[in-house]
Design a protein around this ligand. Structure first.
Ligand code: PMT
Length: 223
């Protein structure tokens, strides 16, 4: 169903995990399958938005008719998102971006040796933080995958990242978070409004979230 506020708007959505290369046969990653981000992209298109989906490596087929950019590492995702930020009206950061990557990544396979092995890590760029600093007119939405103290961490992220909304999911709850076709989320907004949603499909979560975002766009238009 087309949405008056989202119709024709440019929405950038990130999805999936990132891969941080150790050597040509090994990498660091996480459990994200891309389902949540792909569901948002699909529903946003149905509402009439111009969608750009920036996806880490996942097994899903890109939704028909949606510009999909495939990236691998947090660094790749950073550049893909930043390139499109200025012309975006809304950015939704569903991707589970690695916080750390190997300090050295090797061009040939690291051979096993006797005894243990140390892997030195360094921080990746925090994409959401950077977007929050550069934000002019965009509605900026982050996700938070937490295992405890969900509300406290979500509120901290909202402030620190200068986001307009944080969608928090407690990934220890059955039916929520990584891999499921369903999710249980709470949406924290900059104005203090909190919307707690029950267990629903990721497509239903996407529709609810996009409706909240459309209200945010409406407020901006009234300014
Ligand atoms: O893909 P699925 O299997 O469907 O699972 C969905 C999901 C659990 C991945 C999704 O619902 C979710 O919670 N995504 C965010 C996961 C995450 O990385 O959370 P975080 O708390 O580490 O990061 C917070 C926010 O900062 C996120 O919007 C993330 O995209 C962003 N971030 C994080 C690190 C980084 N270097 N740059 C970022 O922009």
């Amino acid at each position: 169903v087309p949405n008056k506020r989202l119709n024709g708007k440019t929405i950038v959505i990130t999805a999936g995990p990132t891969r941080e290369k150790i050597d040509p046969v090994r990498f660091l990653t996480n459990h994200s399958t891309g389902k949540m981000g792909y569901a948002i992209a699909t529903e946003a298109k149905k509402m009439g938005a111009k969608v750009c989906l920036i996806s880490g490596p996942v097994a899903l087929t890109p939704p028909a008719g949606i510009e999909t950019i495939h990236v691998e590492s947090a660094e790749d995702m950073y550049h893909a998102v930043l390139d499109r930020f200025e012309s975006a009206d809304v950015v939704i950061k569903t991707a589970a971006v690695a916080d750390y990557r190997p300090k050295t990544s090797y061009d040939s396979k690291v051979k096993k040796q006797e005894g243990g092995q140390m892997l030195e890590l360094e921080r990746t760029k925090d994409i959401l933080l950077e977007l929050g600093q550069r934000k002019t007119h965009q509605v900026l939405v982050g996700f938070a995958a937490e295992t405890n103290d969900v509300e406290e961490y979500a509120r901290k992220k909202l402030a620190k990242k200068n986001a307009d909304m944080i969608v928090a999911n407690n990934v220890t709850q059955a039916g929520a978070g990584f891999g499921f076709d369903t999710n249980i989320v709470t949406i924290f907004k900059r104005d203090g409004k909190v919307t707690e949603l029950p267990l629903m499909t990721k497509n239903e979560v996407a529709t609810q979230l996009l409706t909240e975002i459309s209200h945010e766009l409406e407020k901006d238009e009234q300014k």
